[in-house]
Design a binder for this molecule. Structure first.
Ligand code: C5P
Length: 222
């Protein structure tokens, strides 16, 4: 593979949280800084790829020479990704997409009531699963952030969503994950896996990109 193992490859990456509006001033969201997805975008570019980053709202600068498409909601992220994904060689879903959105967005600010209130939530579509179901599909990499039974949940997600690879990390236990600059990953593919030890997210992203490049080479020469 050499130093630029993704030369001539087009890579599409999602990063950050999504925001699901309740009314013009309120939303439901996820705890995601976007750091891992942005680190992966830089690592892919360093490996020679041409990179498109679809980003939810984050406090990170746009990386140089990377095409960035800004979105807010899961539905906007879906529309920015699924229709163009067939034109890419690799899709890496690093965004923390909200699983649900408020069933209705109120056009005016919701007023306080004397009683408790109920929000009706509707399922969002699964972006990474729909990319993996495309007739002409890229090599698809998903993430699994889990508080329990990391391997089992990650392997089930890879199977159910028909992913080529899944990168799993603990959240809410050790240091790392979420807002941290550090992370550790357990990476699985259908016939193997590798643990990437705790390090800074940029190092980890470069190791993940190297693994993806190896897997694509193996698939192409198999
Ligand atoms: O099922 P879960 O949300 O834990 O799966 C995480 C993986 O699925 C991540 O790669 C995430 O980006 C992706 N995902 C998605 N669309 C959703 C929910 C999750 O692409 N609606």
């Amino acid at each position: 593979p050499g130093k630029r193992p993704l030369q001539n490859k087009k890579v599409l990456i999602s990063a950050g949280p999504t925001r699901e509006a309740l009314d013009p001033v309120r939303y439901l969201s996820n705890r995601s800084s976007g750091k891992m997805g942005y680190a992966i975008a830089k690592a892919a570019q360093k490996a020679g790829a041409s990179v498109t980053l679809v980003s939810g709202p984050v406090n990170l600068p746009a990386p140089n020479d990377i095409e960035r498409i800004d979105v807010e909601s899961a539905l906007q992220m879906y529309d920015a990704i699924v229709p163009r994904a067939s034109a890419y060689d690799i899709y890496i879903g690093a965004a923390a997409v909200a699983d649900y959105r408020p069933a209705e967005i109120q056009p005016h600010k919701i007023k306080k009531q004397q009683t408790d209130s109920v929000i009706h939530l509707q399922r969002n579509p699964d972006i990474v699963a729909d990319v993996a179901a495309l007739a002409r599909k890229p090599f698809v990499v998903g993430f699994a952030a889990e508080t329990d039974d990391l391997d089992t949940y990650a392997l089930n997600k890879m199977r159910d969503k028909k992913l080529d690879m899944i990168a799993a990390n603990w959240v809410g236990k050790l240091t790392g994950g979420f807002d941290s600059d550090l992370n550790a990953l357990k990476v699985f593919w259908p016939d193997g896996g590798k643990t990437l030890a705790m390090t800074d997210k940029q190092q980890l992203a470069e190791q993940l990109i190297a693994l993806i490049a190896e897997r694509i080479d193996e698939k192409n020469t198999a």
